[in-house]
Design a protein around this ligand. Structure first.
Ligand code: NAD
Ligand code: SSN
Length: 489
C-alpha cells in the first residue's frame, strides 16, 4: 500500500466535489502503530455540503424504479467481489484483522448488496378491506429521505455496506461517515459505487477523526436528514437519541452487547469450542456479538477447557498480512488497556488464569510495537467483575461454572443489554426452552455465528433499536403511506 493517500470529504459518487486543503486525520496501522495514511479531516461545512448533495439527489432518486436500484446494487456487489483482495488489504491495514477475515468481510459486505437487490423489488404495500363499502384502502412504501450512516471501525466495510445497501434499495440517499480510525475501505466503497453507476449525490462519504462528534451532531440535527443509522457503543447511541429528538428522525441503533455463552453438560465439546472460537475471537473479540461471559456447566468444564486451550494454542498471533495469523492486534492502545483492565480486575477479584497465549510467533519487539493482547482464559468469573458488567471487546475468555439449568436464565439475563447469546446442548427441548428465555435479539444454538445478510441483526434493551439485514432491514428506510379512495359514482 502507498504510504500516504487522500480521501475526499463531502465527495459525492460523481466525484464532482474537489477536496479542499484541510488538516489531515491520521490512520495508524494497529499491528505496528505506524502512520499508515492521512485522510481529509471533514468539518461541519463538509457535512452540510454532503447533506445538501444527498438532499438534491433524493428528488430524482426517490422516483427511480426498484428494478433499476436492484441492478445498481448487483453491479456494486460484483465490483466488490472483483476487487476483493485489494479491499481486503485496506481492511487489514486500517483495522488489523487477519487476512482471511478481511476477505470474508468483503464477501459479507457484498452479500448485503446482493440481498437488498432482491429486497428492493419486494417492498410491497397492502390492500386493506375497508369498513365503508365506498372506500378502498391501500398502502405504499416510500423512501424516508436522506440517511446518515455512522459506521464503526470493527467491520469498516460491512457495517457501511449493510446500511447503504438497504438505503439504496429503498430509494434513499446517504451520507456515510466511517470511523476516523478506518476511513479507507468506505472511501473505496464510495468510488466503486460511482463505478457501478450510482447517480451523483446518492452515496456521499465524509471522513473525520477529531471532528467525529461535530459531524455526528451536524448530521443528527439537520432537518434534511430523516434517518440516522448508527453502529457503535451504547454511550454514543444514547447521545444520538438526544441529538435527533428535536427533528424526530427515525433511528436504527446497533449498540453494544455482553453476550452470554452457555455450554451444557450434554454439549458436543468440539462443536461448542468451534463456536466459542468464532464468537470470541473473530476480529480479536471486537464484534458487538462477541462471546463475553462463558457459562459452563460443571460436568463438562474440564473437557471444555482442555479443548479450548488446545485450539487457541494453535492460533498464531500476528499482523493480518501474514497469512498465517489467526488473531490480529486490537484497534488501539485504549482498547488494549481496556482488555488488560478487565483481565486484571477479574484476577484481583478471585478468578484464576487458566492459560495465556505465548503470543508466538511474534517477537517481543514486534509484539510491543502493535496493539497485541495475548489471548487469555480465566476461570472463576463472578458478577462483581468488570467483564461481567460490560463487553471486553478483546481476546479474554472469562468462564463461570454453573450447576443447574435453572440457574442460567438469571445469570445470562443479568445485563441491561441484549444483542447476541449462544447455547450449546444436544437436547432440542432444552435448546428451545433456554433460547426463548434469554433476553437477546439473536440466539445461536450450537453455532457461534449469527451474522448473515438474510438474518435479522439487532438487539433488545440497551443494545439498541431496529433490525439490519433480512426482510426487516428495509423497513427502517421506508415510510408507509395509506391511500384512501372513494369509489362511489
Ligand atoms: N456495536 C459495535 O459494533 C461496536 C463498534 C465499536 C465499538 N463498540 C463498543 O464501544 C466501545 C468503545 O469503542 P469506541 O470508543 O470506538 O466506540 P464509539 O461508540 O465511541 O465509536 C464507534 C463509532 O461511533 C462513532 N462516533 C463516536 N462518537 C460519535 C458521535 N458523537 N457522533 C457520531 N458518531 C460518533 C465513531 O467514529 C465510530 O465510528 C467498544 O469497547 C465496544 O464496547 C461497539
Ligand atoms: O460488530 C458488529 C456487527 C457484527 C456482524 O455483523 O457480524
Amino acid at each position: 500500500m502507498r504510504r500516504c493517500c487522500r480521501t475526499s470529504s463531502s465527495s459525492t459518487t460523481s466525484g464532482s466535489t474537489a477536496p479542499r486543503a484541510r488538516r489531515a486525520e491520521r490512520a495508524a496501522d494497529p499491528s505496528t502503530g505506524e502512520l499508515l495514511c492521512t485522510a481529509v479531516e471533514g468539518g461541519k461545512e463538509d457535512a452540510e455540503k454532503a447533506v445538501g448533495a444527498a438532499h438534491a439527489a433524493f428528488a430524482n432518486f426517490k422516483k427511480t424504479t426498484a428494478r433499476s436500484r436492484a441492478r445498481l446494487l448487483r453491479q456494486l456487489n460484483d465490483l466488490l467481489l472483483e476487487n476483493q483482495e485489494d479491499i481486503a488489504r485496506l481492511i487489514v491495514a486500517e483495522n488489523g484483522k487477519p487476512w482471511k477475515e478481511a476477505l470474508a468481510e468483503v464477501t459479507y459486505s457484498a452479500s448485503f448488496l446482493e440481498w437488498f437487490s432482491g429486497e428492493a423489488e419486494r417492498a410491497y404495500g397492502a390492500t386493506i378491506p375497508a369498513a365503508n363499502p365506498a372506500s378502498r384502502i391501500m398502502t405504499i412504501k416510500q423512501p424516508i429521505g436522506v440517511v446518515a450512516a455512522l459506521a464503526p471501525w470493527n467491520l469498516p466495510l460491512a457495517m457501511a455496506a449493510r446500511k447503504v445497501a438497504a438505503a439504496i434499495a429503498a430509494g434513499c440517499t446517504v451520507v456515510v461517515k466511517p470511523a476516523g480510525e478506518t476511513p479507507y475501505a468506505t472511501a473505496v466503497f464510495g468510488v466503486l459505487a460511482k463505478r457501478a453507476g450510482v447517480p451523483k449525490g446518492v452515496v456521499n462519504v465524509i471522513t473525520a477523526l477529531e471532528n467525529t462528534a461535530l459531524i455526528g451532531e451536524t448530521l443528527c440535527t439537520d432537518p434534511r436528514v430523516r434517518k440516522v443509522s448508527f453502529t457503535g457503543s451504547t454511550r454514543v447511541g444514547k447521545l444520538l437519541v438526544k441529538l435527533t429528538a428535536d427533528t424526530l428522525k427515525k433511528l436504527s441503533l446497533e449498540l453494544g452487547g455482553n453476550a452470554p455463552v452457555i455450554v451444557f453438560d450434554d454439549a458436543n465439546v468440539k462443536k461448542a469450542v468451534d463456536g466459542v472460537i468464532v464468537s470470541k475471537l473473530r476480529n480479536g473479540g471486537q464484534t458487538c456479538v462477541a462471546a463475553n461471559r462463558l457459562l459452563v456447566q460443571k460436568g463438562i468444564l474440564d473437557a471444555f477447557l482442555k479443548e479450548l486451550k488446545t485450539r487457541m494454542e494453535g492460533m498464531a498471533v500476528g499482523g493480518g498480512l501474514d497469512h498465517n495469523s489467526a488473531i490480529g492486534p486490537l484497534i488501539s492502545q485504549a482498547a488494549l488497556k481496556k482488555v488488560d483492565e478487565h483481565t486484571q480486575d477479574a484476577l484481583s477479584k478471585g478468578a484464576t488464569q487458566y492459560w495465556q497465549h505465548p503470543a508466538s510467533p511474534l517477537t517481543p519487539e514486534r509484539f510491543a510495537k502493535g496493539n497485541f493482547y495475548p489471548p487469555t482464559i480465566v476461570v472463576g468469573l463472578t458478577e462483581n467483575m468488570k467483564v461481567w458488567e460490560e463487553e471486553t471487546f478483546g481476546p479474554l475468555a472469562a468462564i463461570k461454572v454453573f450447576e443447574k439449568e435453572e440457574e442460567v436464565e438469571k445469570l445470562a439475563n443479568d445485563t441491561r443489554v441484549g444483542l447476541g447469546a449462544y447455547l450449546y446442548t444436544q437436547d432440542i427441548g432444552r435448546a428451545l426452552r433456554v433460547a426463548e428465555s434469554i433476553h437477546a435479539g439473536m440466539v445461536g444454538i450450537n453455532t457461534g455465528m449469527l451474522s448473515a445478510s438474510e438474518s435479522p441483526f439487532g438487539g433488545v434493551g440497551e443494545s439498541g433499536w431496529g433490525k439490519e439485514g433480512s426482510l426487516m432491514g428495509i423497513e427502517d428506510y421506508v415510510v408507509t403511506k395509506a391511500i384512501n379512495i372513494d369509489i362511489s359514482a
